[in-house]
Design a protein. Structure first.
Ligand SMILES: NC(=O)c1ccc[n+]([C@@H]2O[C@H](COP(=O)([O-])OP(=O)(O)OC[C@H]3O[C@@H](n4cnc5c(N)ncnc54)[C@H](OP(=O)(O)O)[C@@H]3O)[C@@H](O)[C@H]2O)c1
Length: 279
């Protein structure tokens, strides 16, 4: 049985939907924090059990009988993911898959990246075949910038760098392939990304074209941006966390637009323009 965690989240749900098109429902199990929220999956024949990375006993139950486990990353911290991969090993899984991120590295100023790098290290150490899916940056983040910018006509953010924005749907399909097609992906994958790298000025230009409303990209100094977010009620720690995303992007950590996702899917991954047009 294949176990998917985070199946009440956007990516995990997408993976389960695609798995249901590939394998019988009785070969799929989900590990979720809130069982009633997966009621529709249970009705489709998927095994639904409660599992929380903060509660190892719950994972032993949720992962029972696992042949492989997809650990969808949840919190930004590596500790809970270590608990999950240890539980997958203890359950006897023959492969552990994990949603890592392109640009995972210990020195990144964007805190989830050192955390993903730590989990990749844990996977190398655990002694079970593994696949660390180095997912590209979600296009939904660009979508959020555009939604906010449409209110004012200004996309206000710190200096950024190019990002190979990637659709959830494509990443969900890639994970379903990795779960069901042996030998396609092993170890740390190349970046699984959308087809082109675009910075926020490019994003604003595409959004202007698609909506017919002029959106101007406005770059503000880092400190001014943090102060502005705090004045609008965001805790300073969170504003600094988000600033790390811009710092990492201008170091080029999310810039690569490689062929790996397209090769895996057998088609061109969705471009940001498609995602924005279909929003
Ligand atoms: N590639 C990117 O650009 C990017 C961007 C942002 C985040 N991410 C990472 O990708 C993950 C999946 O993305 P998504 O869009 O599906 O996010 P999402 O919709 O927020 O889903 C996250 C899932 O993780 C589960 N989770 C959180 N804490 C958990 C815990 N302690 N134990 C077990 N499960 C836990 C959540 O459970 P509940 O449903 O019960 O809340 C949820 O199902 C995110 O969680 C994050 O780690 C990637």
């Amino acid at each position: 049985m294949m176990i998917i965690t985070g199946a009440t989240g956007q990516l995990g749900r997408g993976v389960v939907d695609r798995l249901l098109a590939r394998v019988p429902a009785d070969r799929i199990g989900v590990s979720v924090r809130d069982v009633p929220r997966a009621g529709d999956l249970a009705r489709r024949g998927v095994r639904v059990r409660r599992g929380d990375f903060a509660d190892p006993a719950s994972l032993a139950y949720a992962f029972e009988g696992a042949s492989r486990v997809l650990v969808v990353s949840g919190p930004a911290d590596a500790g809970p993911h270590r608990t999950a991969i240890e539980a997958a090993k203890a359950a006897g899984a023959g492969r552990i898959l994990y949603t890592s991120h392109m640009g995972a590295n210990p020195a990144s100023p964007f805190l989830p990246m050192p955390s993903h790098a730590e989990t990749e290290h844990d996977l190398r150490e655990i002694g079970v075949p593994f696949t660390a899916l180095r997912n590209g940056f979600y296009a939904t983040t660009a979508l959020n910038f555009v939604s906010q910018a449409l209110e004012t006509g200004r996309l206000v953010a710190p200096e950024d760098g190019p990002v190979s924005w990637t659709a959830h749907a494509d990443l969900a399909e890639a994970a379903a392939i990795a779960l069901t097609e042996d030998g396609r992906l092993d170890g740390v994958t190349p970046p699984l990304t959308g087809p082109e790298s675009l910075d926020l000025a490019d994003v604003a230009a595409i959004a202007s074209e698609l909506t017919g409303r002029e959106i101007t990209r406005v770059t503000v100094p880092d400190g001014e941006w943090v102060a502005g977010m705090v004045s609008r009620g965001m805790p300073e720690q969170q504003a600094r966390f988000l600033l790390g995303m811009f710092e990492a992007s201008r170091r080029g950590e999310f810039a690569e637009a490689g062929p790996a996702l397209g090769d895996l899917l057998g088609r061109k991954p969705a471009a940001l323009r498609d995602v924005l047009a279909n929003r």
